[in-house]
Write a protein that binds this ligand. Structure first.
Ligand code: MLC
Ligand code: AMP
Length: 496
């Protein structure tokens, strides 16, 4: 894989850093070779064995990911904050037999691994070893499995090949003019493409320096580092810009000026993974003089549309197709719109080397998500004065909260196990900070009561923080149409 050849070339340059240490490209190669040798145990090729790993941002994460790739396996990054039932779903779906864990995740995963007969290896216990042979990683080989929510119940495993990853990275390196003297913070979660591909893999491919935030996004640490002019590139989701604006407004004038100068000195600041309200784009520009570059992507396709590096970055728009990405809009009846037809909405469909191979073990779902070789994103857009603008999603059952994609049906199915809940309907409700928050209308079992705090606490044991309902409405019965189907539009109005 070209990434490893480049890393040999970057050799002793700093790849990762934090307040305590600097890790070179040579260190990453050495640590990942150990992981690969340990996995191979004398064999020549893992032949696409799925190997899971759980680690915060740092050397161990990269050692696991690169080690699995170098040995010929499929890397399955786990959400370090997920609940046990969520991790169990990933492990069962992939038939995982081996898992690497950072020490901080060990206690959580131990019982689950024992129960499923998964061999868990801690970062510190990978023995020093080298391998004299690594398999060739052809473009068509499967490389990674990431879980993403769809309109069906549980998240599906999205499989991308080495060729997909190479195409996803190389288009961004060119479009956003990545340079080896770039420096970028990595505070986004590392079980989704924004953190994995756009920040980590692009950064390492380019030979840049990445500051790792093992604890995730933390406002004071980020603002402090920015005030020290540590970064040249910054990538975040809209919720983070909203939180930064609120925090900057609270600083005294002198402190605010220091942080804002750090932001204005960067060569590039990007927003994506959810809609960036034009209001936030404008507020950010007023505060920092930075014109945010908004782009659009998806787990299944990497990045597809982007405002330009040079030229107009239009608030509320996601720009034009990235090089190597073909985009078309199609109406609900399948009619494909002419490429330059303006002001007529349609579903975004994508054809590109960046588009994933398959949903793991779900040939029907994979087939249904393509039409004539074009991937159906489920997102509606319109072309306006040469730029695409995202209008929303085809399905009300997909929610984006804090830029996490959530399935209303998955949350409903989990909530139905609560003893007080007879029926429920989950919707996303607009929110200034989170984009949308999860809201649930509930019809109770007779003789039961329920309040939001109690529901949150119970739900927190079943599902990740961002899926937990933030709003609750108790109803006698759920709104339904004449056919008896729950009308989510009416459910939404309950929260207006
Ligand atoms: C957390 N909280 C929420 C919430 N998440 N409240 C409502 N809705 C949510 N979704 C609450 C917590 O319960 C807590 O409340 C408080 O907010 C702070 O929680 P936190 O966990 O500390 O939040 P924070 O760390 O600030 O998280 C915000 C965030 C995070 C934006 C940094 O959500 C994040 O990293 N999102 C990025 C997701 C991502 O990478 N998506 C990309 C997918 S790939 P209390 O009461 O305890 O204070 C993709 C393709 C593409 O989309 O195009 O890139
Ligand atoms: P995920 O499945 O987590 O990769 O999320 C992908 C989804 O995020 C897309 O299908 C869109 O709905 C949404 N998305 C990503 N970028 C943007 C953006 N710039 N504007 C609006 N929605 C976006």
């Amino acid at each position: 894989m070209k990434l490893f050849e480049l890393a040999h070339h970057y050799n002793n340059r700093v790849a990762l850093f934090d307040d305590e240490q600097e890790i070179s490209y040579a260190d990453l190669l050495e640590a990942s070779e150990r992981v690969a040798a340990y996995l191979l145990q004398g064999d020549k090729d893992l032949k696409e064995e799925i190997v899971a790993f759980a680690a915060p941002a740092g050397i161990d994460y990269v050692a696991f990911q690169w080690g699995i790739w170098r040995a010929g396996g499929i890397a399955m990054p786990l959400n370090v904050h997920a609940t046990i039932p969520e991790i169990e779903h990933c492990i069962e779906t992939g038939g995982v037999q081996r898992l690497f864990a950072h020490e901080s995740c060990a206690e959580k995963l131990q019982a689950l691994c024992a129960q499923h007969k998964v061999e868990m290896t801690l970062a510190g216990s990978v023995p020093a070893a080298s391998a004299d042979h690594f398999p060739e990683l052809q473009a068509s080989r499967r490389a990674m499995m990431i879980f993403t929510s769809g309109t069906t119940n549980k998240p599906k495993g999205v499989v991308t090949t080495h060729g997909n990853i190479t195409a996803q990275v190389e288009t961004l390196l060119n479009a956003w003019e990545w340079q080896s003297d770039d420096s970028i913070p990595l505070f986004l979660p590392l079980h989704h493409v924004h953190g994995i591909i756009n920040v980590l893999t692009c950064g390492l491919w380019a030979g840049a320096k990445i500051e790792t935030y093992a604890e995730g996004f933390k406002l004071p640490r980020v603002m402090d580092a920015v005030a020290q002019h540590r970064y040249s590139v910054f990538m975040a989701v809209p919720t983070i810009y909203v939180k930064l604006i609120a925090a900057l407004t609270e600083l005294d004038e002198q402190q605010r000026a220091r942080v804002c100068q750090g932001f204005s000195a960067m060569r590039l600041m990007i927003s994506g993974s959810a809609a960036l309200p034009a209001r936030i784009h404008d507020q950010w520009r007023a505060l920092t003089q930075q014109v945010l570059l908004e782009r659009y992507g998806m787990t299944e396709i990497g990045m597809a549309l982007s405002n330009p590096m040079h030229g107009e970055r239009r608030p509320g728009s996601v720009g034009i197709p990235l090089p190597g990405v073909d985009i078309r809009l199609a109406e609900e009846n399948g009619n494909v719109l002419a490429a330059d037809l303006e002001d007529t909405p349609g579903e975004i469909q994508v054809k590109s080397d960046t588009v994933f191979l398959e949903y793991w073990n779900k040939p029907d779902a994979t087939a249904e998500s393509f039409v004539d070789g074009w991937f159906r994103t489920g997102d509606m857009a319109v072309l306006e004065n040469g730029y695409y603008r995202i209008m929303g999603r085809l399905s009300v059952d997909i929610i984006k909260s804090g830029a996490y994609k959530l399935s209303a049906l998955e949350i409903e199915n989990t909530l139905l196990a609560h003893p007080a809940i007879n029926e429920c309907a989950v919707v996303g409700v607009d929110d200034d900070t989170w984009g949308e928050v999860v809201a649930v209308a509930v019809a109770l079992e007779s003789g039961h009561s329920l309040d939001l705090d109690e529901l949150k606490q119970w739900a927190g044991e079943q599902m990740s923080n961002y899926k937990i309902p933030r709003r609750l409405h108790i109803v006698e019965s759920l709104p339904r149409n004449a056919m008896g189907k729950i009308t989510k539009a009416d459910v939404k109005t309950l929260f207006a």
